[in-house]
Design a protein around this ligand. Structure first.
Ligand code: SF4
Ligand code: ZN
Length: 294
């Protein structure tokens, strides 16, 4: 197999793009896809201060690496979740990544906030991943606003977005569908949020991380077992295998055909939490309620 771009020996085949690339041309393709996402959705410019939410996994570190390689002003934010055997490994990898590149890293320790994930799990009956996601989003937003960043970037890839879309459609979660987008503008109390990897699959992100020798966390969080999204991803991959390009078509179709209709329907108005002042649909936000449970 020859590289589509330079005709040298190819190392990766991308059926959905009808292409194959050598290492160098693949990295060029990857950065090009990131750049295209940033431009199309007016995510940010070289003048903006970008805060990248990094977990230590391959997606977020590949994103941070890509943004630095493209010359963006990108700092990292790591939220220490307090999960034994997992959070320390993640923290070490993220610190190493940042110091090797001379990049700025902000750290938040949830243990100091009374919100270490294992403790939160004990206190409530709700699904731990949904709480963990909520807590992380809250701190991404708060830290970004307090430190005057223009935008928050997360490492969600095409597989993440497609499985989320699939789940939202399966259960007709209209409010979630309205909020699903590669770029959400800033609002009162909410920082702008973007997903520059939305055009790239998990496989492509893994290949980039491998070629760029990014040292990421390769153990799973002990709470991740049996997550529904993993099951959806498996099924979507099997469809993609039989019909390459389905994932990107499904997602792009949503953005072009359904999203404009959804955007016209009125959004539910958000209030500001009485305790912390950040947006919520009720009087007190769920994070302040969780803190009050101890
Ligand atoms: Fe949090 Fe669940 Fe992810 Fe673990 S698997 S880091 S608990 S969201
Ligand atoms: Zn090539």
């Amino acid at each position: 197999m020859k590289c589509t771009r330079c005709k040298k020996q190819a190392e990766v085949e991308l059926k959905s793009h009808n292409a194959a690339f050598c290492r160098e041309c693949f990295n060029y393709f990857f950065l090009n896809q990131v750049q295209k996402a940033i431009k199309t959705f007016k995510m940010f410019s070289k003048k903006d201060r970008v805060l990248v939410a990094v977990s230590g996994g391959k997606d977020s570190l590949a994103l941070w690496d890509a943004l630095l390689s493209l010359g963006y002003n990108a700092d990292g934010l790591f939220i220490y979740l307090g999960i034994e055997g997992f959070s320390n490994v993640a923290l070490t990898k993220v610190r190493k990544f940042a110091s090797e590149r001379g990049a700025k890293l902000i750290e938040v320790n949830l243990t100091n906030e009374g919100l270490a994930i294992p403790k939160v799990k004990e206190k409530t009956r709700r699904v731990v991943c949904s709480l963990c996601g909520q807590i992380k989003r809250y701190y991404f937003n708060m830290v970004g606003l307090k430190n005057n960043y223009d935008v928050l970037a997360t490492g969600h890839n095409l597989d993440d977005e497609v499985s989320r879309l699939f789940s939202n459609v399966l259960h007709w979660k209209m409010d979630y569908l309205k909020e699903q987008s590669p770029a959400l503008p800033s609002e009162d109390g909410l920082l702008k949020k973007v997903k520059p990897l939305f055009r790239l699959t998990e496989f492509e992100t893994s290949a980039y991380a491998f070629f760029k020798k990014i040292d990421y966390v390769d153990i799973s969080c002990p709470f991740s077992k049996g997550a529904t999204f993993t099951i959806y991803k498996k099924h979507l991959n099997s469809i993609e295998y039989h019909s390459p390009g389905t994932k990107i078509d499904f997602y792009q179709g949503f953005l072009k055909k359904l999203k404009p209709i959804l955007e016209e329907s009125k959004k539910e108005k958000k209030n500001l939490c009485k305790i912390c002042g950040y947006p919520t649909y009720s009087d007190v936000c769920s994070i302040c309620r969780l803190k009050g449970l101890s």
